[in-house]
Design a protein around this ligand. Structure first.
Ligand code: HEC
Ligand code: HEC
Length: 338
């Protein structure tokens, strides 16, 4: 009788300890009240500090590529809101040139589909594409897992995060997602105005009105995208011949449709469009200044272009690009140079 009571007691205490340990490490995503509900199902991958940290280390580690030279961050730089600005099309392993412009990465928890054509419908699956792509990281998942397992630091990091030092693809993908889910951009001037902590200038106010009339149907506030696939009137690039959404659906009506990108952080994420054809925001505004899209006639005179640009610049979130939590993890330096 006594024995069984002590067994129950030990069980109870260990469950309590596990519970407390989980509480200590668990955390949640912080975002403003006026953001919509997130799409990512956190119950299937509960946010936890060790997993976020592991995801960050993986994101910055070139071990993810075949020649150990290209990391996710090679194409997605924190200083550029996790886009890439040196060239129009992404550059991967052995200087191979990709077919599309690397998009900025933020507010991914609200996105249901990924890539310019929506080829991927879950964030947890996304990383498989660059890792296994011949022109991006050129690795294969099985080989990568065995490379990680052979290091003398990753098994321990995976153990801390998942309670298992046998590394699995699932853990790799879930931790990469966790780090990327924490990339939330919500500290622009626009956000301060919404929160009542700042005011738009007259120019920005006029720009906001122009925005609501001409752009908001696709670049919908406050995420600045409606997450749909649309045509915005740019002409086909005759060399790339990128059919966009059609590549996925093979529906003729989807030819040349691309995912509507968010307009937050434009200052940092140039060049613009799926093929990086516009180097400057001014060129984008000129493109939209005299155009018929989605049966809407847009006409902007010079003064209106200036006002609209002033509004768009209120969407830049400098704090996001400087956030220390998103930068190269020091832990990785220790491991790379040990
Ligand atoms: C060689 C450059 C390159 C590398 C390396 C790279 N990416 Fe990307 N990334 C891109 C490009 C280009 C796209 C757009 C692809 C498309 O639309 O077909 C993209 C798209 C994405 C998207 C989708 C964003 C959206 O809004 O739809 C995510 C998320 C992402 N990358 C994360 C990662 C992660 C995680 C890694 C490392 C495992 C990584 N990338 C490695 C260039 C790269
Ligand atoms: C009918 C929907 C639609 C409307 C209206 C629209 N856009 Fe777009 N916009 C898009 C799509 C789709 C893309 C991506 C196109 C591509 O890459 O091929 C885009 C891309 C952009 C980009 C490039 C962003 C990046 O990260 O590459 C900017 C900037 C932009 N739009 C600004 C505006 C402004 C300003 C207005 C209003 C004057 C506007 N858009 C109206 C659909 C729209």
């Amino acid at each position: 009788m006594k024995k069984s009571i002590s067994i129950i007691l030990v069980l109870f205490v260990s469950i309590l300890l596990i519970f407390l340990f989980d509480i200590k490490n668990s955390t949640s995503l912080n975002y403003p009240k006026y953001f919509p509900k997130i799409e990512y199902d956190l119950s299937k991958n509960p946010i936890n500090k060790d997993k976020i940290e592991l995801g960050k280390i993986l994101f910055y580690d070139p071990i993810l590529s075949k020649n150990n030279q290209i990391s996710c961050a090679s194409c997605h730089s924190s200083y550029n809101a996790f886009a890439h600005t040196d060239h129009k099309l992404s550059h991967g392993i052995n200087d191979e040139i990709g077919i599309r412009n690397a998009p900025a990465l933020f507010n991914l928890a609200w996105q249901k589909e990924f890539m310019w054509d929506g080829a991927i419908n879950h964030l947890d699956m996304q990383a498989l594409a660059p890792i296994n792509s011949e022109i991006e990281m050129g690795e294969n998942t099985r080989n990568l897992i065995s490379k990680l397992q052979k290091t003398n630091y990753y098994p321990e990091l995976f153990y801390s995060a998942f309670g298992d030092s046998i590394i699995k693809t699932e853990y790799l993908l879930k931790s990469l997602s966790q780090f990327q889910l924490t990339l939330i951009s919500s500290n622009s001037k626009y956000d301060s105005v919404i929160k009542g902590e700042a005011k738009f200038s007259d120019k920005e106010k006029r720009g906001h009105e122009l925005f609501k009339n001409n752009c908001n149907s696709c670049h919908t506030e406050p995420m600045f995208t409606n997450y749909e696939y649309k045509k915005n009137g740019i002409k086909e690039d005759s060399i790339l011949k990128d059919f966009g959404r059609y590549n996925i659906t093979e529906n003729i009506n989807d030819k040349y449709l691309f995912k509507v990108p968010s307009l937050r952080n434009l200052k940092y994420s140039y060049p613009y469009m799926h093929d990086g054809r516009f180097e400057k925001l001014q060129f984008v505004i000129n493109h939209y200044s005299e155009i018929n899209i989605d049966n809407n006639l847009i006409h902007l005179n010079n003064k209106e272009k200036v006002d609209l640009t002033a509004f768009l610049l209120t969407l830049n979130d400098k704090e996001f690009t400087l956030n220390k939590n998103h930068k190269f993890p020091l832990k990785l330096i220790e491991t790379l140079y040990q």
